[in-house]
Unconditional design. Structure first.
Length: 134
């Protein structure tokens, strides 16, 4: 997120505070509004969107899956799950095993909320960095 914020500040020429003519005067006048957008509004908008719809369900399932994985390791032992996260066949018919398999199906391809936020900020950074030229 900090990388994106630095890039946006560069794009909006926050380092040209001492210039007070033409476009620089306008940018200086709107500096507080732009800064609020960079530091507060943009992160809040991304957070709100992640709380909605399919992304939220997938993210929630991925987070719950990690908790159930840990429970399985603690209660059934480390051998209950292999390196790929597949549950041993002998545990697939018990309650926690069924829950794990259900969550794994729901979370397929999903990521946790924090991972999604990082991914979104990285995509935004890449987009603006690609199209911003000094």
């Amino acid at each position: 997120m900090e990388k994106l914020q630095r890039l946006l500040r560069d794009m909006f020429q926050f380092d040209c505070v001492d210039l007070d003519f033409g476009i620089y005067r306008i940018m200086n006048y709107k500096r507080d509004v732009v800064e609020k957008f960079i530091t507060k509004d943009l992160p809040e908008a991304i957070s709100r969107e992640l709380e909605k719809g399919a992304l939220a369900k997938q993210s929630q399932a991925a987070e719950e899956l990690e908790k159930v994985k840990e429970q399985i390791r603690q209660t059934l032992g480390k051998d209950a799950l292999d390196a790929d996260g597949d549950l041993s066949e002998k545990f697939q018919d018990i309650k926690i095993g069924k829950k794990y398999l259900d969550l794994k199906a729901k979370a397929a391809g999903g990521r946790g909320r924090e991972a999604l936020e990082v991914l979104i900020f990285n995509h935004l950074f890449t987009f603006f960095n690609r199209y911003y030229q000094e």
